[in-house]
Ligand binder design. Sequence first.
Ligand code: PHE
Length: 507
Amino acid sequence: MSERENWSGRATFIMAAVGSAIGFGNMWRFPFVCAKNGGGAFLIPYFVALISAGIPIMILEYYLGIRHRVSAPFALGKIKPIFKIVGWLAILGAFTLNLFYNAIMGWTFIHLFKVSTITEWAADIKTAEAHFFGEILGVPASQGNPWNFVGIQWPLFLGLILSWLIIWWIVKGGLNRVGKVLLYTVPLPVIFVIIMVIRGITLPGAVEGLNYYLTPEWSKLLEAKVWLAAYGQIFFSLSICLGTLVAYSSFMPKDTEIPNSAAITSFCNCTFSFLAGFAIFSILGFFAYTLNVPITEVAKAGPGLTFVAYPAAMVQLPFGVQFFAYLFYITLFLLGIDSAFSLLETIVAALKDKFGWTRLKATTFVTIISIILGIPFVTNSGLLWLDIVDHFAINYILVIGGIFECIALAYFFGGDKLIKDININAEIQLGKLFKLCIYFLAPGILTVIVIKSIIEEVQKPYEGYPVSALLVIGLGSFLLCLIGAIVLSSTKSDKEVKIPTDGKIAQ
Ligand code: PHE
């Protein structure tokens, strides 16, 4: 068996994890979810979710990868064979997410190519809306029904292929190439966002935008769905529960420090989210000011925020419209690309472990299959498919994965053994709080969330989509992942990795 690859050091490993974590989730999803769920007050459930589940689960994933130096299904299977299913479910979740993550990358490319005419297509909010939803996505043609296929949106399809070619090239080059690319994709967006924040907060009206973003609405803290949103956001944003961090940490030596590495990764991710909110809402505040309308008029939900309201706001800047537009879409590209290739690496690592394939074979195989399966996401119904698959497959796989990872490691592997093992090399010692989180808080809260959400699902069809679409596309994609996970865990391949017999992590 060939030697497992390694990151060049701890800094590269942490940078890779940060690159994976910081993505569309930070620049587009966080600011909006925060504003919608209580503004400044949302930061409380967000922080509780981070401490009670986010960081503890990240520590568990780093431990799984570092201890066994294999991908999630095999590391979890080592605890008890049945947990292999949880690992494969995570891998298939990563596969599914990557299908539409690259479609969103495609939206970014198109906007990047069209910056030179931004003053035309984003002249005002109506024009920008018609441009994004009508011209680029072709959604009006499907009128809210995912079954209304009119056809493939060819520029989106080309964008999808381009995105896949880029991540295929990066991942097939191995960890060396990934490490080099990360030197650009991680620091540059931080610098660019700081420039955007400085530009944003010095504009008239910025304060109104920031007030909308940060003014606490305390009553929201009593709503269960605000807490749900906080846990969902933390999981998605930290890249946990989809096998990614297990794969990334499996390329580190067994004596790697864990708790502080997890704390650093989380801190970088959450600080970036917070900062991105300033970039977004200061400029939206300025936009509302130029239009003389309340901020709620321009800060609307969903993909519109980044691809409709934001470009329309940028067009109103007193100078440097194109400069800031380039800066913004290049930032999105850089943020998205290292999350997309981390997802590809997750799947490639698992396939290599299972079938003993070469990196080139695994990468090429996943790329071809994913482009084909990604086609629904680049049709005129793509946005609706994306919304449904994201809600049903990704959200549930994330939360279920989190619950079972805690159960596997706390109850089956043994929390005390785990803590002792991690503490040998730890810069921050784990203690009672961590134990409380992995035994009770995280699995308990997540279970309540799953049950509550399923009840809501049955009571009220998600977003008013046709029930047939929710069953086939939503439940269907979840079940496909589950069945795939069961099949992959119960078949044996003679090339499967052998996990070295148990030993202390430091040995
Ligand atoms: N964390 C990424 C984001 O915020 C998404 C992601 C999730 C990437 C899981 C990899 C694994 O956009």
